[in-house]
Design a protein around this ligand. Sequence first.
Ligand code: PAN
Ligand code: ZN
Length: 198
Amino acid sequence: MPSFATPPVLPQVIGFDTATGAVTPVGRMIACRVTDLVGLCADETARRYMAEAGDPVVYEVVSSRVPETSGELPQSVTTIHPGTIGGEFHFTRGHMHTRARGEVYLGLTGTGGLLTFDGRRAVWVAMAPGTIGYIPPGWAHRSVNTGDEPYRFLAVYPGDAGHDHAWVAENGMGHRVMRGASGEPELAPFPRPAAGSR
Ligand code: PAN
Ligand code: ZN
């Protein structure tokens, strides 16, 4: 028998409601509001204005109860609500895994994508329902909703991956995804001029 750092969980069914994104039984739940994106948006003035005018939820993450320990494969479902902040499509904070660990995403509803960045190169991975997005080790990743509906995806990652959000706050993501004049996503290099940013 392999040895485990913590008692392993039993084989189990994890309920998932495709209509609502609910996971049963549910573990950690996170709601990220405009307030929580301070220092991360292209337009800090627009972000602050939205934070003061209702501070809407930008995205939610629900996880199963599979523990984040070595050897396990925890999962979470992220729902990014549609919208923009200063012309920038709603996005997740983004993070680098603290260990060299990859991750698999499966698109469930809506359209969006994965902005990935290794510190030098930025790669955009377009996502739609049924798309499997792969993030190799050493690539920071941020998800973006580029459509008019909630963009939802399943993420499966090694339990010892670790999540370093400060890396993205310091290094950025190479590019940003802005809403073009026709509503289409446009990748803009980072940093871009941002009134009142930082
Ligand atoms: C995802 C992300 C989730 C939220 O489960 O953690 O989409 O993004 P942030 O953590 O950047 O706020 C994942 O990549 N896990 O490893
Ligand atoms: Zn990750």
